[in-house]
Design a protein around this ligand. Structure first.
Ligand code: FAD
Length: 397
């Protein structure tokens, strides 16, 4: 049986970034990626400023920028037609870094290539069909019409929001109640400033429309909305409706003049799905497999990179990888737990329908709440304490 230090299930952002990072330090890493070519699955394409810092720490920032990245320095927030924030992220965030946007499949392609160049063994078009926990964990890989079982010191499951490895590892999946949903669609030929991310909110309708330019007129647009109040935009036939809803959410009608939708349209539930303590018995969960946070708050890419850095550092610090796995999981509970709490508060603040929601949002309009002073989504999980004082500052309650 072939043997590795690490076998990753999945070669997306999480799997490839970890593989690159460990392979370049001489570890034997196997990456098993189910697809032969990455395609648009409507995933994250806006990396927050704290995620840019994580990418720098991992030595990935320049790689992402050079492969297809676009730096967004400005963070503009509109309520209806009125702009309530025009924020220079390079001056107002702890990392002093901009947001990075990219086309997700191109980002994945660049990283899996980098993992291979660093020395990882990459199998594409191969699927892990089972993982066995234990002191000598194993994964079964179906590839090239055959099946092979390999052993390793640690299985790292980076198999995304529908992770099968959670089940194989005996992890208990938790899920938040349904509140938000998010639809995404890619456009070409949209003439907006490439260095500016735009967020528009319609507080009455509990809807937000987001634009993340990728350069050269390519722009990813998302619509986040209160699930119980809004349609699920899905498929070719709903693309016209997407434009209508984006305008209703606050984007100026001329935004789409000359722009053409390219790629699929789909809507995803926002509700977080996560496990507590994402390590047991030789299997670590990483990225969305550990915690898929509500995409409406744009934290998934940054969290995934934080997971990679944390797990890498714990593994490098200790020969006892079981202890390192537990240390990673404890750290994950702490930083993800913080973001999870902040997301809950901001969902109530920005989207919750009804009188209480309206009262909270008035505080944004009057300037009583300044989102530059408290913004864990750009500044990172440690930038504020998730305590009663901060809660009162955000929700006014
Ligand atoms: C609509 C939407 C919008 C989002 N927007 C943002 C955003 O703007 N900013 C942000 O930070 N985050 C955003 N996210 C979240 C972000 O996309 C994820 O957090 C991130 O992609 C997670 O990376 P990952 O590597 O954990 O998983 P994935 O990117 O899902 O990669 C998993 C990989 O594993 C492979 N795989 C799965 N099972 C197997 C198997 N059994 N064998 C082999 N291979 C397998 C898959 O083919 C895939 O390549 C968004 C998510 C959604 C759904």
């Amino acid at each position: 049986m072939k043997s590795y230090d690490i076998a990753t299930i999945g070669g997306g952002l999480g799997g490839s970034a970890l593989a690159k990072s460990m392979a370049e330090r001489g570890y034997r890493v196997l990456v098993v990626e189910g697809t032969t070519a990455f395609k648009d699955r409507i995933r994250g394409e806006q990396l927050a400023s704290w995620g840019s810092a994580e990418a720098k720490e991992l030595g990935l920032y320049d790689l992402l920028l050079e492969s297809n990245g676009n730096e967004m320095v400005w963070w503009d927030i509109y309520v209806g037609a009125g702009r309530i924030a025009h924020r220079d992220l390079t001056a107002t965030t702890p990392s002093r870094l901009p947001n990075l946007s990219f086309f997700h499949p191109e980002m994945q392609e660049a990283l899996i290539e980098a993992a291979e160049t660093a020395g990882a063994e990459v199998r594409r078009g191969a699927r892990v069909t089972a993982a066995k926990p234990g002191a000598d964990p194993e994964v079964t890989v179906e590839w090239d019409g055959g099946s092979e079982t390999v052993s390793c010191r640690m299985v790292v499951a980076c198999d995304g929001r529908n992770s099968g490895a959670r089940r194989w590892g005996g992890f208990e999946r938790r899920r938040d109640e349904d509140r938000l949903q998010i639809a995404g669609l890619l456009f070409e030929g949209m003439e907006i400033e490439a260095d500016t991310a735009r967020l528009s909110f319609n507080f009455v309708e509990s809807q937000g429309a987001l634009l993340f330019p990728q350069g050269g007129g390519r722009v990813r647009s998302y619509i986040a909305s209160w699930k119980a109040l809004h349609p699920r935009l899905q498929g070719e036939g709903a693309k016209g409706r997407f434009l209508e809803e984006a305008k209703k959410a606050g984007l100026p009608p001329e935004t789409f003049d000359g722009a053409a939708p390219v790629g699929p349209l789909a809507t995803f539930d926002g509700a977080d799905e996560y496990v507590e303590h994402p390590y047991r018995d030789g299997i670590a969960l990483l990225g969305d497999a550990a915690s898929s946070s509500d995409p409406s708050w744009g934290q998934g890419l940054s969290l995934t990179l934080r997971d990679v850095r944390t797990l890498r550092d714990k593994l490098l610090e200790s020969e006892d990888w079981d202890a390192a796995g537990h240390a990673y999981a404890a750290a994950h509970d702490e930083y993800y737990g913080r973001l999870h709490t902040f997301e809950d508060w901001f969902t109530k603040l920005m989207y919750e329908p009804g009188e209480a929601g309206k009262r909270r949002r008035m505080r944004l309009m009057t300037g009583e709440l300044n989102m530059e002073e408290f913004d864990p989504f750009q500044s990172g999980p440690e930038s504020s304490e998730p305590d009663a004082v901060t809660r009162e500052a955000v929700l006014g309650e």
